[in-house]
Design a protein around this ligand. Structure first.
Ligand code: ZN
Ligand code: ZN
Length: 173
């Protein structure tokens, strides 16, 4: 995990630095995996965190709360729901704003759900609370190589490094 205000390896802004101009379809940037939803960082600083979040059909991002950060979510493609005080339906082009301190989660519909997430300021891991008891999954051979399973805390994709490490919330299991 990059320190505050520091670029992490694999961020898309690193690619941009090399290319100058960059264009891709969201679907090309993310390898969906049945284990858990994916998070591809675009750019981050202490005041912001831009990323793409992608959920396979039916996949869930467990409800959690960032008391220190508001979030804007734009649906790039797919359908599903935001789970904020019940269900907020999402479709292509939906723009969803969420104030700080609102518990929230996401669920994809019958097709993959690709989201652009704009968080301001960057939420701190210490302040985040995890509001929904989740479950992990049995480790599988990941399409992207190695082994992976679901993060029981956020529902994200956790690949085996020394332990299984969640790419979304850094939880280790
Ligand atoms: Zn995987
Ligand atoms: Zn996680």
């Amino acid at each position: 995990m990059a320190r505050m205000g520091e670029r992490g390896v694999g961020h898309l802004d690193e690619v941009l630095d090399n290319l100058g101009v960059f264009r891709a379809a969201a679907e090309e940037l993310v390898l969906l995996c049945p284990s858990g939803f994916r998070r591809v960082p675009i750019s981050q600083g202490s005041e912001f965190y831009f990323s793409i979040q992608a959920l396979a059909p039916g996949q869930i991002a467990y409800a959690h709360t960032h008391p220190d950060s508001e979030e804007w979510t734009v649906v790039l493609s797919g359908t599903g729901e935001a789970r904020i005080h019940g269900s907020v339906p999402l479709g292509p082009g939906s723009v969803l704003g969420r104030a700080a301190a609102y518990p929230h989660g996401f669920r994809a519909g019958p097709e993959p759900l690709y989201l652009l997430s704009i968080q301001a300021p960057r939420p701190t891991a210490d302040a985040t609370t995890w509001d929904e008891p989740g479950t992990t999954s049995d480790p599988i051979e990941c399409l992207g190589g190695g082994r992976c399973r679901r993060c029981p805390r956020c529902g994200g994709h956790a690949a085996l490094v020394r332990r299984f490490e969640c790419e979304n919330c850094s939880f280790e299991l």
